[in-house]
Design a protein around this ligand. Structure first.
Ligand code: ZN
Length: 111
């Protein structure tokens, strides 16, 4: 249930309200249950680290493929940069959603 809500980028508390109404815009509060997503200033700093991991997960298959193809260094740099650039909106959204769900599991909002 929670994994499905996370994959659909839904609220970590009610699992129904959407977190992102547009590609890079986030609701301040859940449109269904009303919880505030950003609990305090700097709350999403942990999502940056999650984003690094997701970025690595996105880049690794590309790097392995380019190594298998014996591509040059500049091909690696350009192709991996393009892959990360194309994935960055998804990395941003999922890094924040993963952090919201982890934090809800550790420290749930009071009902
Ligand atoms: Zn909610």
């Amino acid at each position: 249930m929670r994994v499905k809500a996370l994959l659909r980028l839904r609220c970590p508390h009610c699992l129904e309200g959407e977190i992102f109404p547009r590609l890079l815009t986030m609701h301040e509060n859940c449109p269904v249950c009303g919880i505030q997503y950003e609990r305090e200033e700097g709350y999403f700093m942990m999502s940056i680290f999650i984003g690094y991991v997701l970025g690595g997960a996105a880049a690794l298959p590309t790097i392995l493929l380019l190594l298998w193809l014996q591509a040059g260094l500049w091909v690696h740099i350009v192709v991996v940069s393009l892959v990360l650039l194309l994935c960055s909106p998804f990395i941003f959204r999922y890094a924040r959603a993963i952090w919201l769900h982890i934090d809800e599991l550790i420290d749930p909002h009071s009902p």
